[in-house]
Design a binder for this molecule. Structure first.
Ligand SMILES: NC(=O)c1ccc[n+]([C@@H]2O[C@H](COP(=O)([O-])OP(=O)(O)OC[C@H]3O[C@@H](n4cnc5c(N)ncnc54)[C@H](OP(=O)(O)O)[C@@H]3O)[C@@H](O)[C@H]2O)c1
Length: 356
């Protein structure tokens, strides 16, 4: 028997989730069914359940009214394999991320996923919880640094230590993996965090920290010995560093592809549900910043109105799951210090424990 947590209406998951029992899914030809051992909770899981219907649809999620199982990340054992999903075998230990438009999420005992899902075999030595904590966040920060930032995943010896990144929000789920991925890629890392997280982020590899509670982050980062930065990766969603963007970002004529401010949260602080007005402002402000970024190469520095028309490259990045990214996880883990798991909850007490 399968058991899943489902919701049908907009709202806080702690109020809308219900446990539903049903048959264990049978895989379609191109699918496998995974017996789920652990999942992880990401901010998008509860945000998606509270977004207005049109944003939710725009993101490819099921409409309200139809049952939705939340969560993307999973780690588990291949339970059954469809006739056309021959690359997987029953009993294999896997972990990965379901695509946003999938019929159901991972918060259930068995989940059917496409055989082409962004997943890979679980390395030995990684617990189920650690494995489930990796995929969505890892593929997000990988996308920011490698796809958008154009920094090499495997740098040459000469490239190591040459480039720097500024990670805003280094102590969160995304930030802790971003720091470790950046270090694995031979980058210097400056990050923001509160004083209480300083020791932890330094253990993970951060070379320099800025206390966002007491410092003007943007201004302080411009004075870092590691500035200017090939990438500013914003995992927080504040706008503290935006006014300093042009000074913070690297400008290397030999490498014009470097120097980008990439945000995974947009301008709003995390955990704030978006209503129509704020969503329009949110998208509008960032779109303008992105357009000004693409005008940057065409507006000369002597032009007095340049700041109105141009800023350095800015991009909002929405994570895209790709198998090839998941396949780089074992190489990343060779360098990573620790896959952090905040708290573990039992499937049965998810409501009480997981969605406060
Ligand atoms: N676009 C995408 O595809 C994508 C993918 C994944 C996540 N995200 C988004 O990324 C954001 C972060 O996710 P997460 O999982 O990392 O969240 P999280 O684990 O909840 O991050 C919380 C951390 O943020 C830190 N923080 C809060 N305000 C800060 C500030 N002003 N400056 C620096 N650090 C600050 C806190 O640090 P201290 O404890 O040090 O105070 C805390 O540890 C969320 O908004 C999430 O929706 C987007």
């Amino acid at each position: 028997m399968n058991q899943s947590w489902q919701y049908t209406r907009q709202g806080m998951l702690s109020e809308t989730l219900e446990k539903v029992e049903g048959p264990i899914p049978t895989p379609a030809s191109e699918e496998i069914v995974v017996r789920v051992k652990a999942i992880s909770l990401n901010p998008i899981d509860y945000k998606l359940a509270s977004f207005p219907a049109y944003i939710r649809r725009g993101m490819g999620a099921r409409p309200y009214g139809e049952p939705s199982v939340p969560c993307f990340d999973f780690a588990g054992v291949v339970h059954s394999v469809g006739s056309g999903a021959g690359e997987w075998t029953e009993g294999e230990e896997v972990f990965g991320r379901i695509v946003r438009s999938a019929a159901s999420g991972s918060m259930q005992r068995y989940v059917a996923v496409s055989s082409s899902t962004a997943m890979t075999r679980k390395p030995a030595g990684l617990s189920w919880e650690q494995a489930a904590a990796i995929p969505l966040v890892y593929m997000t920060v990988y996308g920011c640094l490698v796809n958008i930032g154009h920094l090499p995943f495997k740098p040459t010896e000469q490239e190591k230590g040459k480039r720097s990144v500024l990670i805003l929000g280094g102590s969160g789920g995304a930030g802790t993996q971003a720091i470790q991925l950046a270090k694995a890629m031979g980058l210097n890392v400056v990050t923001t965090c509160s004083k209480s997280s300083d020791e932890m982020v330094k253990k993970l590899g951060a070379d320099e920290t800025i206390d966002y509670r007491t410092e003007n982050v943007g201004k302080k980062a411009t004075t870092s010995k590691y500035a200017p930065f090939a990438v500013v990766l914003d995992c927080v969603g504040g706008t503290d560093a935006i006014p300093y963007m042009d000074q913070l970002l690297l400008e290397d004529p030999k490498h014009p592809e470097l120097g980008v401010y990439v945000s995974i949260s947009g301008d709003l602080p995390p955990h704030e549900p978006m209503q129509l007005g704020s969503a329009i402002m949110h998208v509008g402000r960032q779109t303008l910043r992105g357009i000004r970024g693409s005008l940057n190469p065409y507006i000369p520095s002597w032009f007095p109105l340049r700041p109105w028309f141009a800023n350095k490259r800015y991009q909002f990045y929405l994570s895209v799951p790709e198998r090839r990214m998941m396949e780089t996880v074992p190489a990343f883990l060779e360098h990573a210090k620790e896959v952090l798991v905040d708290e573990v909850f039992d499937f049965e007490v998810t409501l009480e424990g997981g969605f406060r």
